[in-house]
Design a protein around this ligand. Structure first.
Ligand SMILES: NC(=O)c1ccc[n+]([C@@H]2O[C@H](COP(=O)([O-])OP(=O)(O)OC[C@H]3O[C@@H](n4cnc5c(N)ncnc54)[C@H](OP(=O)(O)O)[C@@H]3O)[C@@H](O)[C@H]2O)c1
Length: 232
């Protein structure tokens, strides 16, 4: 696949908290133009974004001018996202259901469906890929390494479209991690809280092995039962 054709050059990030700020810093260091937005006035984050080589923007600008948009806001607030503006946009969903931030939400913790599928069903016209969601922000900050460096860690990606997976893989690689394809968007459930890969700060071979082991894991068994899948 021609990765130049897929390359993201301007990255929008919705959310300027712990995750959004680290991703903005890594992307800016990797040479991306980075536009970061929150639900509030961009002026509030402008100095902090300037200091890390990114730009504060309105949500409209961060979407309109970007080649791809990372969702780094609380999952419980995803219904605030502008569905029409995100139509046809590559949306990289880094969100997780986290009860401490989102409250108790049974709709966001149903083991039959991954949260990225929920996001995709809300953002009907967007191309949603799950990535950059399973590693804690401090590890993301500390573990970035150039391609080929020994000890490089891996980030899993789930999505339904080969070209979008490729674009997300190039981004993950540029941010300093080995991309590992977990499978279609539904496979994103293997990266969510409760799964072994959630919080994983390991290399690509270890992450692949962990994902292969998912069906036999405690969470994998819960998911399979909820989905009415039987194992031989
Ligand atoms: N923290 C981590 O280590 C980590 C790692 C992987 C994934 N994640 C996931 O990433 C997401 C963000 O986590 P976090 O720890 O960075 O949270 P956080 O520190 O609370 O930051 C959340 C950010 O989202 C913004 N926001 C809220 N509603 C928004 C909206 N409608 N549009 C645009 N921006 C909005 C907030 O700003 P305003 O309220 O001012 O709009 C804030 O800047 C969560 O889904 C989390 O599960 C976190």
């Amino acid at each position: 696949m021609d990765s130049e054709a897929q390359r993201i050059r301007t990255l929008g990030i919705l959310g300027a908290g712990k995750l959004g700020t680290v991703l903005a810093r890594l992307a800016a260091s990797a040479g991306y133009r980075v536009l970061v937005a929150t639900s509030k006035d961009p002026a509030l984050i402008a100095p902090a974004m300037r200091a890390i080589g990114a730009e504060a923007a309105s949500i409209d600008t961060a979407i309109e001018e970007a080649d791809a948009v990372i969702l780094a806001l609380p999952l419980g607030r995803h219904r605030e996202l502008p569905v029409e503006m995100l139509r046809d946009v590559l949306v990289i969903d880094a969100m997780n259901y986290w009860w401490a931030a989102d409250g108790i939400r049974h709709d966001l913790s149903d083991p039959r469906i991954s949260t990225s599928e929920l996001v995709q069903s809300f953002l009907t016209g967007s191309r949603v890929v799950k990535a950059l969601s399973h590693m804690g922000y401090q590890d993301l900050e500390d573990e970035t390494r150039p391609a080929g460096a020994s000890g490089r860690k891996a980030i899993a990606i789930a999505g339904d479209d080969a070209a979008d997976l490729e674009a997300a893989s190039v981004l993950v690689d540029d941010l300093g991690f080995d991309p590992v394809i977990a499978g279609p968007l539904a496979a994103g459930i293997m990266l969510e809280p409760g799964a072994e890969a959630f919080g994983a700060d390991i290399n690509a071979a270890q992450l692949r092995e962990m994902l292969e082991h998912f069906p036999a894991s405690q969470r994998g068994i819960i998911v399979a039962r909820a989905r009415g899948e039987t194992r031989n």
